[in-house]
Design a protein around this ligand. Structure first.
Ligand SMILES: [Zn+2]
Length: 507
C-alpha cells in the first residue's frame, strides 16, 4: 500500500520522503549497532580512554567475600565479549572463579597467569567514607571505592593488557598462552577460591609463571633518597604457624586465698619468658640479598653498611628493630593475639587459661626447631602447645629466572627513573598456594603510589589516583612482550645451533 501511495506522489515529494526514509534507516541501524555494542561492552572496546570507567563500574558491585558471583559474571562477560577464551572454574558465590585466555586452555601452552581476586573486604564504617564505598566515584584526581586498589584496580590493568596483546597478535601463534585468572574469597582464604582452582584445574591451567598482587612502588623506602620510588617484586612470603597454648591447674576456686600456683599466673609468667625478650634477628640468603639490593640504591655510609650486612650486622640489627615492618622479614615473629580464661567474676580463680599465638616463620625456618625453642622458652611443661594452622614450607621463587628478569625489565621500561628490588613479604595472599605447588610466583602491582594511599586499603576511603592505571597496564604489556621476544630469540638460537651442527655433520 505504501508503494502505491508513493507512486502517485509528486516526484519532489517522493524524493524528499525517500531521503527521510534513508536517514531514518541509517540512524536506526546505527543506533541498533550502538546499543548492541553498548550491551556487550558498556564503554566500548577496552582502551586507555575508558580504563578508569571500567574500574569505576567494577567497583559498583559490592562483592564482599562470599558474594562474588554478580561481579564475576559482569567481569567474565567483558572478557568474553572482548574475544578471550573463557573457562569457568566454579560457578557459585564463594566459589566463583574463571579464566580468560588468549588461546583455549586445552591448547596446553605454557601459561603466563595473571592472578587477581573478585572479592573485597567489607566497607567498614559507612559514615567515614567521603563518597559511598560502592559508588566508583571518579573525581578530577581520584577513583574512589572499595576494591579500587585491592584488587579490582589491578585486575582491570591485567585485563586491559591482555586484550591489548590479543588485538596486536591476532591470528598469530605465540609461544605462550596468557591468562587472566579471577578468583573468589582471597580475603578470607576460603577454600572455594585459588585453592579450589589448584585442586581441580591446575593441569588445565598449566602455569609457567603466576603474577599476583603485591606491593606498589612507594616513596620513602630509601633513607638517603626519600624522593625516589622503589618497585618491589616479592619472590617469597613468611608462613603462618598459629598455636594454641592451654594450661589447666585445679586449685581452690576462691580468690580470697592465693594458691602457690594457679593457671592465670603460670601462663602469664611463661608468656613473659617467651615474649619479654627480643626476637632474634635471622639473616638468610634472601633477606641479605634484599638488604644488598637496597644498599645499592642508598647513598653514603648507610649504603655501604647495607651492602656489607654481615660485617655491619651489629649496627644494622638495632636499626631494623626500630621498624617492625622491616624487622618482620629478619625474624620469626611471635605475637600474642588472645589470652582467655572465660571468667569475668573477680573473686573466682579459673582452672584453665588459653593463649593464641600468631607466629610467622621465615621461608627457610625449620618448624620443629622453632617449636622446640618456643617450648623451651615458655619453661613450663604443663602448658600444652597445639597447632591450629600451619602453612607448608615452600621454596622461594627464583629471582634469576627469565620471568623475574622480564618483569624487572618491563618495570624499568615504564619507569626508567625508578629501581626494582627483590623482597620477601611478611604476609601472604593467594600467591602462597601457587608457590606451595612449586610454581614460580611473583607479586607486585606496577604502579607508583603515595604512602598516604596505603592507609586506606582495607579501611575507609580506599581510592587510587587517576592516571596510574594505564601505566600499570603498560608494564604488564611490556612484560608479556618481553616473554614473547625472549622466547623467539631462544628459538632462533636453537635453530642456528641446530643448523650449524647439521652443517658440521655434512662436512
Ligand atoms: Zn588483595
Amino acid at each position: 500500500m505504501f508503494q502505491t501511495i508513493k507512486e502517485n506522489m509528486h516526484p519532489k515529494l517522493r524524493a524528499f520522503i525517500s531521503l527521510i526514509y534513508i536517514i531514518v534507516t541509517i540512524h536506526y541501524s546505527y543506533s541498533q549497532q550502538q546499543s548492541n555494542t553498548d550491551s556487550i561492552l558498556p564503554f566500548g572496546q577496552l582502551n586507555n580512554y575508558n580504563i578508569e570507567r571500567y574500574l569505576s563500574e567494577y567497583i559498583k558491585f559490592a562483592s564482599v567475600s562470599g558474594e562474588e558471583k554478580k561481579a564475576g559474571e559482569w567481569l567474565k562477560n567483558i572478557c568474553k565479549n572482548s574475544g578471550l577464551h573463557i573457562q569457568q572454574m566454579g560457578n557459585k558465590d564463594a566459589q566463583y572463579n574463571f579464566t580468560a585466555s588468549l588461546y583455549p586452555l586445552s591448547s596446553k601452552l605454557p601459561n603466563i597467569v595473571f592472578l587477581n581476586h573478585i572479592d573485597v573486604v567489607p566497607a567498614g564504617d559507612l559514615s567515614k567514607w567521603k563518597y559511598p564505598p560502592y559508588s566508583g566515584k571518579i573525581t578530577d584526581t581520584e577513583i574512589w571505592g572499595r576494591g579500587s586498589w585491592d584488587n579490582k584496580g589491578n585486575a582491570i590493568m591485567q585485563l586491559f593488557s591482555l586484550v591489548e596483546i590479543m588485538n596486536k597478535y591476532k591470528g598469530q601463534q605465540l609461544p605462550y598462552n596468557v591468562t587472566f585468572l579471577a578468583v573468589s574469597c582471597e580475603e578470607t582464604q576460603c577454600r572455594g577460591g585459588a585453592e579450589y582452582v589448584i585442586e581441580n584445574y591446575l593441569d588445565l591451567l598449566n602455569p609457567a609463571v603466576v603474577i599476583g598482587e603485591g606491593p606498589p612502588a612507594i616513596k620513602g623506602a630509601l633513607q638517603t633518597r626519600p624522593d625516589t620510588a622503589v618497585f618491589p617484586i616479592s619472590v617469597a612470603h613468611k608462613r603462618a604457624l598459629w598455636l594454641k597454648l592451654t594450661l589447666k591447674i585445679n586449685t581452690s576456686a576462691h580468690g580470697s586465698v592465693t594458691p602457690l600456683r594457679y593457671a592465670n599466673r603460670e601462663m602469664v609468667k611463661a608468656l613473659d619468658n617467651l615474649l619479654g625478650k627480643h626476637q632474634k634477628a635471622v639473616y638468610t640468603d634472601l633477606n641479605i640479598k634484599m638488604l644488598k639490593d637496597i644498599g645499592q640504591l642508598e647513598k653514603g655510609l648507610t649504603g655501604f653498611a647495607m651492602r656489607h650486612p654481615k660485617i655491619f650486622r651489629m649496627f644494622i640489627t638495632p636499626q631494623l628493630r626500630k621498624q617492625p615492618e622491616l624487622f618482620s622479614v629478619f625474624s620469626n615473629t611471635i605475637t600474642l593475639t588472645s589470652l582467655e580464661s572465660n571468667n569475668d567474676v573477680v573473686n573466682v580463680i579459673p582452672s584453665e587459661v588459653t593463649a593464641l599465638l600468631d607466629c610467622r616463620l621465615l621461608p627457610e625456618a625449620n618448624k620443629d626447631k622453632f617449636l622446640a625453642n618456643l617450648k623451651k622458652r615458655l619453661d613450663n611443661d604443663d602448658i600444652e602447645v597445639s597447632t591450629i594452622y600451619s602453612m607448608p614450607k615452600m621454596k622461594s621463587s627464583d629471582d634469576k629466572s627469565i620471568f623475574y628478569k622480564n618483569l624487572k625489565t618491563a618495570i624499568s621500561k615504564t619507569y626508567p627513573e625508578n629501581d626494582v628490588i627483590t623482597i620477601l613479604l611478611p604476609n601472604t595472599s593467594d600467591a602462597g598456594v601457587f608457590r606451595a605447588k612449586g610454581i614460580a610466583t611473583y607479586t607486585t602491582v606496577p604502579i607508583s603510589l603515595d604512602m598516604s594511599y596505603l592507609d586506606n586499603i582495607h579501611s575507609e576511603n580506599e581510592r587510587i589516583p587517576r592516571g596510574v592505571l594505564h601505566k600499570g597496564k603498560e608494564t604488564y604489556t611490556n612484560f608479556i612482550e618481553e616473554c614473547i621476544t625472549e622466547n623467539k630469540e631462544k628459538e632462533k638460537k636453537k635453530f642456528l645451533i641446530f643448523n650449524l651442527n647439521d652443517k658440521s655433520k655434512d662436512n
